[in-house]
Design a protein around this ligand. Structure first.
Ligand code: ZN
Length: 328
């Protein structure tokens, strides 16, 4: 439980803190292993928190692997929570994605990069990845519910001898793992840059990436700009690109109820967000994520692929409370 491990996890986390194009709200997670233990971002905390040396949990990695190896064929959506050895501050739980971290290398970086998700959320995903990464081995994981089901899939690929350091998760994001922090960052940056270059995507700069009409209400009163013409309420409520979008926004977005947390004021062409500062920050970054992915796909002529109604029912079923707690 050395200070060195905390420094190591910060190396692969801090570069993405405050970058909504890589992580939105408390989404995404990082981990570092030391012997039989794993230091991982805590559930509900952000990359920025980890950069500030908080929101960290040490788990018994040996036990997590044992659970995965004995319970991955029973179709279970839940898995016993890892034994927490210590956390900062006390009483935290590991990220809900701790299990797939356990199955991978010493350093693991998982984000919901908008650049990657322009591709993972479209029909053309397999052929695009095949073209862009023809010289790199990677695994394309079909859409699988986050948590234990996704971890079981990844555990099986690793157990069957898969050596790829790069995983693309359909309608979800990216995982990079390696034995050093430098290698993780090198592979991660290379992937982002190749996608940006190949699709000629704009690199997000805060000033030119705003959704017009997005306004923070009550706590900030900071008007961003006018006009709502580029984003529809259906983009948020019905066109579900990634699981966090559905969990986070469900029953919170309305164009008729002005008391909703996210109110599409169609008459005045504004989107008003209200709630705690943490909620507002997360909601804003998620709206930008949706807008970035959909607008680029439309511009590039890519066919968006959304999470099916059936999958959403599963997502909102058994594990929903645990999941909600992790991102809200
Ligand atoms: Zn994720």
């Amino acid at each position: 439980m050395s200070q060195e491990v905390i420094h190591d996890i910060q190396l692969i986390t801090a570069p993405f803190a405050n970058t909504w194009e890589h992580v939105q709200g408390p989404g995404g997670n990082t981990s570092v292993k030391e012997q039989d233990m794993m230091l991982i971002k805590a559930s509900g905390f952000t990359f920025k928190d980890v950069g500030n040396s908080t929101g960290l949990v040490w788990t018994d990695n040996h036990q997590v692997i044992k659970n995965l190896s004995t319970s991955c064929d029973d179709g279970s959506l839940e898995c016993p929570l890892a034994r927490v050895i210590k956390s900062i501050p006390e009483g935290l739980r590991p990220s809900m994605e701790f299990e797939f971290h356990a199955a991978l290398g010493k350093y693991v970086l998982h984000t919901h990069s908008v650049y990657v998700n322009v591709i993972t959320c479209c029909i053309e995903c397999p052929s695009l990845l095949n073209t862009i990464f023809s010289d790199i081995s990677y695994v394309l994981v079909p859409y699988i519910m986050p948590g234990h089901p996704l971890a079981s899939y990844i555990y099986r690929t690793v157990s069957s001898g898969e050596k790829a350091q790069l995983y693309f998760l359909k309608n979800h994001g990216i995982i990079v793992h390696a034995e050093t922090a430098e290698e993780v960052l090198y592979i991660y940056d290379l992937v982002q840059q190749r996608i940006i270059d190949f699709l000629k995507l704009s690199i997000v700069i805060e000033s030119d990436s705003e959704i017009t009409g997005l306004e923070r209400k009550e706590l900030f009163f900071e008007k961003i700009s006018n006009g709502i013409d580029q984003m529809e309420i259906e983009d948020v409520n019905d066109r579900i690109l990634v699981p966090d979008q559905s969990i986070f926004f469900r029953n919170k977005v309305s164009a008729t109820d002005s008391s909703a947390n996210v109110y599409f004021d169609l008459e005045n062409k504004k989107i008003l967000i209200k709630g705690s500062p943490k909620f507002i920050e997360a909601a804003e970054s998620m709206l930008k994520m949706i807008y970035y992915i959909l607008s680029n796909q439309r511009y590039l002529g890519l066919k968006s692929e959304f999470i099916s109604k059936k999958e959403l029912d599963v997502l909102h079923g058994l594990s929903s409370e645990k999941y909600r707690a992790s991102i809200l």
